[in-house]
Every structure is written in C-alpha cells, then in structure tokens.
Design a binder for this molecule. Structure first.
Ligand code: MRU
Length: 344
C-alpha cells in the first residue's frame, strides 16, 4: 500500500502521527488541509511530502470555481504558495509544486484540461518516486555486505516516500538479495520516527533490528559493532552538504571518527544545486512541545515552565560522507565536482 495515493477524487494518506499504535488512512479534499497535514506531520519524509503537495495542488484545481485557464492558474499559484509554506527544509516540496506549475502553464486547452493535466502529472510524479527509489536501492545495496550491522537514523522507508524508501529502501533490497543485515534503529528524538515508524516497517519486512536511543550510536561505532551508517536527506547542497533529521550530524561525526562509512541516500529531486553549501539550507524549528511533551513513569520529564529548543534538521558537512546514493548511481567525493553530473 502506498503512503500517499489518489482514490475516488480524494487524496488519501496514512496518518503517521499515530503509528504504530493505530493504522488509519485520512482522506483530503482541500489543499489547505493537505498543507496542514504536512505541517502537522500526518505525512512526513521529503519525497512523501513532495507527492502530497503535488496531489494537494491537483485538489486546488478542483476546488477552484474558475472556468478560465487564467483564473485557474491564478488559483493554482495561490495554492502553490500555501503548500510550499507548509515545511521549509525538504526541497522536494517546492520541487514538486514547481514541476506541476510548469505543466499547468503549458496546457493550451480548457480549464478542465488543465485540471486533468495537473492531476495526471501528480500521479506521474508519485509513480516515478517508487521507480526511482527502487533504482537507488539497487545502487545502494551494492555497498552493503552480508553480515553488516547498519545504524539507521529517522524513518526513510515506504512511509517517508510514496513506497519502498530511500536509505531503508537500500536495506530492504539488500535483505531481499539474501544478505543478512541487522539494523540498529536510532529512536530519533523528539518525534521518534525511528522507534515508531522504522521499527514498524522493519517488522513488516522481517528484517532483524534493535532500537537504540540516539546517544548510544557512538558506543556501537567505537566498539566495532556497526559497519555502516545510512540515512536519507531533506536537502542536499551543490557541494554535497546534507540536511537531514536532527542528530544525523552527530551520528556522522562519530562514524567518521571510527572509520565507519556514512552514506546518504537521496533522489536527485532532493538535491538543490542553487545552494552552494549546507549553511544556506533553511532549518525548520518546530514547537518545543515536541521536546517537552515526553513523559517518564506517566509524569512530564521537564519542570512545568521549562524552555527548550527544537531544530528539526541539521547539516552534515560533505567531508563526513563516504558517498551519496542517487537513482543515477553512487556519487563519491569530491562532491562539488561529481554531484552536479548526477543531477539530470
Ligand atoms: O521531519 P521528518 O520526519 O519529515 O524528517 C524526515 C527525514 O529527516 C528523512 O530522513 C528525510 O526526509 C529523508 S528520507 C526520505
């Protein structure tokens, strides 16, 4: 089943806020509700957000009462702005919306032709996402050895994409090739995408795993108990600096210090060649309730008036990465020279 799909003139999305306790699919008929679903993380993960925004724009087309293509394009432009503002770091969001707007502007027929073309392009983008993930997974699986223990951060699986996944897709493909893999699942504070979503997916695939708290990675890397580190990315700058879920940087530092290879697995739609380096990537800062809301023995952990910070992503400098896996192959350093060649 897909994470994000179109059915009966509605966008349907698995509600990732409540997994693994409950599996529920929510239906959407309005682009504003889709934008809120992205902000609230019903749907999350860079490629899944891109697909959701694409279908959100298709919904905006059907919401518009305009019978002229000019009026419809104006309504789609306004909806684009709403969708793009829903989360700042994952570039797939703007990439998907811009791709659909380019198609919309090229339509020469009626307003209804335009609506149909936008929906068809959203569907195409979603279908392509799965095909691209499988190509990435084939390239990435070559890097995985039989018997590897892999530390994985956040959730990069089917739930973070339309289906299959990025870094977790590599693990899945290597497992299907018969390689014996063990995954150490970073729980990924504060939203716990690892403990909740990655662990749930690994259960479905029958891949052995253990959950670790994020601060345990250094121990496993230093004691030689992990052979690879894999994560995805929300935006990759032209020089190969990678913005990914908060904690990726510390994990990559510890891996680098212990000569453990680190790979970021990304579709080229996640590469932003307009940004020269990672310090230019906008980093989302989310509500501190996500940090302070955790309980211990049924009681709040922090004092009542405690303050907190909650940057949702950090940037791993390219020097800490052994390679960047894309659908067009594995990119090796120097990334500033090699990465643009893989982005077609
Ligand atoms: O805040 P999230 O859960 O949307 O963050 C997701 C990640 O950081 C993933 O690692 C990233 O999107 C790449 S995986 C497809």
């Amino acid at each position: 089943m897909r994470t994000v799909f179109w059915e009966n003139n509605e966008l349907k999305m698995i509600d990732q806020r409540i997994l693994p306790a409950r599996f529920e699919v929510i239906s959407y008929r309005s682009h504003k509700d889709v934008a809120f679903a992205i902000t609230d993380m019903v749907v999350r993960g860079a490629p899944a957000i891109g697909a959701a925004a694409a279908f959100g724009l298709a919904l905006a087309g059907f919401e518009s009462a305009s019978s002229s293509t000019e009026g419809l394009l104006a309504d789609l432009g306004a909806a684009s702005a709403v969708l793009k503002a829903s989360r700042p770091t994952a570039v797939n969001l703007a990439w998907a919306v811009d791709r659909l707007m380019t198609v919309a502007r090229s339509v020469t027929g009626s307003a209804d032709d335009l609506r149909a073309a936008v929906l068809a392009e959203a569907q195409k983008l979603a279908d392509e996402d799965i095909e691209i993930n499988k190509r990435m997974a084939e390239h990435g699986a070559v890097l995985i050895d039989d018997g590897d223990t892999i530390i994985h951060h956040c959730n990069t699986g089917a739930l973070a994409t339309v289906d299959w996944g990025t870094a977790l897709g590599v693990i899945r493909t290597a497992h299907e090739q018969g390689k014996h893999i063990h995954v150490l699942v970073d729980e990924t504070r504060p939203r716990l995408q690892g403990a909740r979503l990655t662990a749930w997916e690994l259960e479905q695939y029958g891949i052995p795993y253990e959950i670790i708290s994020d601060n345990m990675s250094g121990y496993f890397l230093k004691t030689g108990k992990a052979q690879k580190v894999l994560f995805g990315a929300d935006r990759v700058a032209a020089n190969g600096d990678v913005a990914n879920k908060i904690g990726s940087y510390m994990l990559a530092l510890a891996a680098h210090d212990n000569n453990v290879p680190v790979y970021s697995v990304v579709p080229t739609s996640t590469v932003d060649l307009s940004l020269a380096h990672g310090d230019l990537i906008p980093i989302e800062e989310r509500n501190t309730d996500e940090v302070l809301g955790i309980q211990f023995h049924g009681e709040p952990v922090a004092p009542k008036n405690a303050k907190a910070r909650n940057p949702a992503f950090d940037v791993t400098p390219n020097r800490l990465l052994s390679g960047i896996v894309t659908e067009n192959g594995v990119v090796y350093p120097p990334f500033d020279i090699n990465l643009p060649k893989f982005v077609r």
